[in-house]
Design a protein around this ligand. Structure first.
Ligand code: NAG
Ligand code: NAG
Ligand code: NAG
Length: 812
């Protein structure tokens, strides 16, 4: 009863291996950009390798035949696809064992089973009735493969296991019956093929706790809306896509469109593995009708498709594919999506979802519960209330429906002894290895392109519902009171980031990613889909001032771009959210490097360079192309350092725009931070760029003395840094109060120059203070003096540096 094939590597198969190696250059690895870690292709019961038009070669399992199974071939007809011309039949429960690559535990596997009960003299395949399971989890129960090959579609599954092998078992049920299979295809899925970001329909439906990708999924429909049948040879993952004609309701309302230009796959959107160009390049849009069709003078209707589905307790995974191939300009197309009559997505704006590129693919995932057991899934798309009157339209390019079959947790670690006949496929594993080497060589050449197309997310996000896609009756807060703050107040569309992306980037605002918090809200570290590190500032809408500052910051940052100003990567103003996305600054605020943390202290040279960098940033704000921006909140916690300690000025929430040449000040309520505040501004309430110079002078002192600008724990005359330090500077004895870590490590002349610069910055009246450009020049000079001293001969007396220090790296 139990069979194990100890020597499966027969001569027959090694010859095939050689033959296979000869045909390898023809394999699809040069066509598709996807190289699975595992790629098992078995033509069951076939007498020899079967080459498909898509270039792949399925190997026979013939040398592994045993008394417990029989191979059948049906060569009489060439009209049926080659994979269906042979079969292996099992009178008793039998298994194939596939060794798995460790990465499959992460990416999951795609399994395709091919069935065609062709006529055979020895066995009646039409009478077959059987179960198929993967490591004990049922894939097919009491299955009797249908006849007819008009659409020869394999049974397709997505499954995940962290075991080192997968056992695929075919069991006749009842036992007197027969099981068979024509071909088996098993390959590693692309990473994050099934993600855990989806919208639940209806919104109060929640499936049980496991991440979606841990479920066993069975493909029910894969549709190329408005386009032709797409065969495996034209798909990146050898899938087949059916046309939608059969499922489209009221076909007169919809019109097929095809696109003749390039489909622009973009990072963050769909990849070619999500769906091929053939799918994104065709679609249906609303048939706007013509004069002969007078009944359709209003275009306000939906296009709908209906798909019969078996009842399933767990629900369905639905993926909708979109690609705006119909618009001629951005932000023209707005539509709503309904699933089973529930609102699934409102005001879908493909322009913003696909980062402001037309013809750029995007997809949205849903998990649908067939609550009323209607035995069908209805998908509708129709114009949204935001549609401009000249563009009442809607769009759908493709869709996939998969049945959620339950968690495959049983799949995990199944080390029981094998029962029944086991066809060991490890030889195929080694074959795959050889193919793998060849594929690797090709892959290395093409790697860059491939990784460009692959989403680079590492973590799972469990989050629902998406605010962009809320089902009816959703409890997600919609802040209608903010309706008067129209999103159009920020015309900087190219900086918009969909909320969905931000949730992904921050793992749904994971507290572990928190890098800062304050009155404005919280700052998180995040990683965008394209792998860029960002800081995400999520502002609270507590006060109107919060919103004002948010908008000021977007306005300022969208105008400026400078090496010493923190750049904004984007912002999100969807519903109740006010979020700013900045470049991530590895080393954090300057203040943390001066005091109050255990960070190693900065050298004098580093400090000077940081001051120079910040001065450059402020100088650009005051005088650069953006013309006359006053920062108003210059302080050491608003100067951030990147991984190379390059200083960048941040936090433009209080900035004031536009002191034009004919206007020397702006009247405003006093804002800023205590301890840094320009006394003149405080008294006169007239803001000029010299107020920033004053605050910057305080920062210079902070850098020199490494203490807080206000320190209540000190004797009263020392509490305020500026008031305490200035008398020392006036006495030319500044070196007595500098950071002890700098003692003896600063050149005397350099320190003198620095002190004079501070003194000028802190002049009582703005008119006596230098412009930022002069401050910059003076600081550069102080750095030069320092460098000169460091490079001088060790015994030169003109330097206050002693020989010991000049020789150490701590000075640099
Ligand atoms: C096949 O599956 C059905 C339904 O799950 C089950 O009742 C039956 O016992 C199974 N047969 C075998 C042989 O495992
Ligand atoms: C694949 O694409 C080519 C090029 O468009 C086309 O000629 C061919 O018919 C397609 N084949 C299938 C099977 O879809
Ligand atoms: C589209 O279908 C949905 C759900 O059935 C419905 O609520 C909506 O009113 C329809 N829209 C139009 C324009 O007919």
């Amino acid at each position: 009863m139990s069979h194990t094939f100890s020597s499966p590597f027969s001569l027959d198969l090694s010859l095939q291996l050689i033959r296979l190696l000869l045909v390898l250059p023809l394999l699809p690895i040069s066509i598709a950009g996807f190289y699975p870690a595992d790629h098992f292709l078995l033509a069951c019961g076939a007498p020899g390798p079967v080459a498909l038009p898509d270039g792949r070669v399925f190997l026979p399992d013939s040398s592994l035949s045993s008394s417990s199974s029989s191979s059948l071939s049906y060569s009489s007809s060439t009209s049926i696809p080659p994979l269906y011309r042979s079969a292996r039949a099992f009178p008793r429960a039998s298994s194939y064992l596939f060794p798995l690559h460790p990465s499959d535990a992460r990416s999951g596997l795609v399994l395709r089973l091919y069935f065609h009960p062709f006529p055979s003299s020895s066995l009646n395949l039409s009478a077959a009735l059987f179960n198929v399971s993967a490591d004990g989890t049922a894939l097919l129960s009491l299955f009797s493969p249908p006849h007819g090959l008009s659409h020869p579609l394999p049974k397709e599954f997505f499954l995940k296991t962290d075991a080192s092998s997968l056992r695929l078992t075919f069991s006749p049920s009842p036992p007197s019956s027969l099981a068979f299979v024509n071909a088996i295809e098993l390959f590693s899925a692309p990473d994050r093929f099934v993600s855990d970001m989806f919208t639940s329909i209806p919104s109060d439906f929640s499936y049980s706790g496991s991440p979606l990708s841990d479920y066993l999924l069975e493909t029910l429909y894969r549709i190329n809306v408005g386009g032709p049948f797409v065969t495996a040879e034209n798909d990146t993952l050898w899938r087949t896509w059916e046309p939608d004609n059969e499922y489209l309701q009221t076909p007169s309302r919809a019109k097929a469109v095809a696109f003749n230009s390039e489909i622009k796959y973009r990072r963050g959107g769909a990849s070619p593995e999500t769906a091929p160009e053939f799918v994104y390049g065709t679609a249906r849009e609303i048939n706007t009708g013509n004069s002969s069709n007078s009944t359709l003078h209003f275009n306000h209707f939906n296009m709908s498709w209906n798909f019969p589905v078996p009842n399933s307790v767990h629900g369905y995974f639905l993926r909708l594919h979109f690609c705006d191939i119909i618009s001629t300009a951005l932000n023209e197309l707005f539509f709503d999506v309904y699933v089973n009559g529930y609102s699934a997505c409102k005001d879908v704006d493909l322009s913003s979802l696909s980062r402001y590129t037309l013809a750029s693919p995007y997809y949205i995932d849903f998990v649908v519960e067939d609550r009323s057991n209607r035995g069908g899934i209805t998908i509708s798309v129709g114009p949204s209330a935001r549609s401009p009157p000249w563009k009442i339209n809607a769009l759908l390019n493709g869709l996939e429906i998969m049945k959620i079959n339950g968690v495959v947790s049983i799949l995990k670690i199944n080390k029981k002894r094998m029962h029944g006949g086991t066809l060991i496929c490890s030889v195929l594993g080694s074959l795959t290895f050889v193919c793998g080497l060849v594929a690797l060589a090709v892959a290395l050449v093409r790697r860059k392109r491939v990784t460009d197309h692959m989403p680079r997310l590492q973590e799972v996000v469990t989050w629902s519902p998406s605010p962009m896609c809320t089902g009816t009756g959703s409890s997600y807060p919609r802040l209608t009171e903010l309706a008067n703050v129209s999103p159009s107040t920020n015309p900087n569309h190219q900086f918009r980031v969909p909320f969905v992306e931000i949730v992904l980037a921050t793992k749904n605002f994971d507290e572990k990613a928190l890098i800062g918090a304050g009155g404005f809200g919280k700052v998180y570290k995040g990683v965008l889909r394209d792998g860029i590190d960002v800081a995400v500032k999520r502002c609270t809408r507590e006060s109107q001032q919060g919103l004002g500052e948010f908008q000021t910051e977007i306005e300022v940052l969208s105008k400026i771009r400078h090496r010493h100003l923190v750049s904004m990567i984007g912002y999100c103003e969807e519903q109740s959210e006010m979020i700013l996305v900045y470049e991530f600054m590895e080393k954090g605020p300057l203040r943390d490097h001066l005091y109050g943390s255990r960070k190693p202290s900065l050298s004098w040279k580093q400090r000077l360079e940081i001051c120079i960098g910040s001065a450059r940033g402020l100088h650009y704000l005051h005088t650069g192309s953006a013309q006359g921006i006053i920062h108003r909140d210059v302080k050491s916690s608003n100067i951030l350092l990147d991984e190379n300690y390059t200083a960048k000025v941040s936090d433009f929430g209080l900035s004031k725009l536009g002191t034009h040449s004919n206007q020397t000040h702006v009247s405003t309520g006093v804002k800023g931070s205590f301890g840094y505040l320009d006394p003149e501004y405080f008294k006169m309430q007239q803001l000029t760029d010299k107020s920033d110079v004053y605050s910057f002078g305080v920062v210079l002192l902070e850098v020199l003395c490494a203490r807080p600008v206000i320190d209540q724990s000190l004797p009263w005359e020392q509490i305020n840094l500026a008031e305490w330090a200035m008398p020392w500077q006036k006495k030319r004895q500044l070196e007595r109060i500098i950071d002890p870590a700098l003692k003896g490590k600063t050149d005397r002349k350099s320190l003198k120059k620095f002190g004079e610069t501070v003194e000028k910055c802190l002049a009582q009246y703005g008119i006596d203070r230098p412009a930022m450009g002069d401050v910059l020049w003076n600081l550069e000079y102080a750095l030069q003096l320092h460098e000169r001293a460091v490079h001088q001969e060790p015994h030169n007396d003109s330097s206050s540096l002693n020989t010991h220090q000049a020789g150490t790296s701590s000075v640099t």
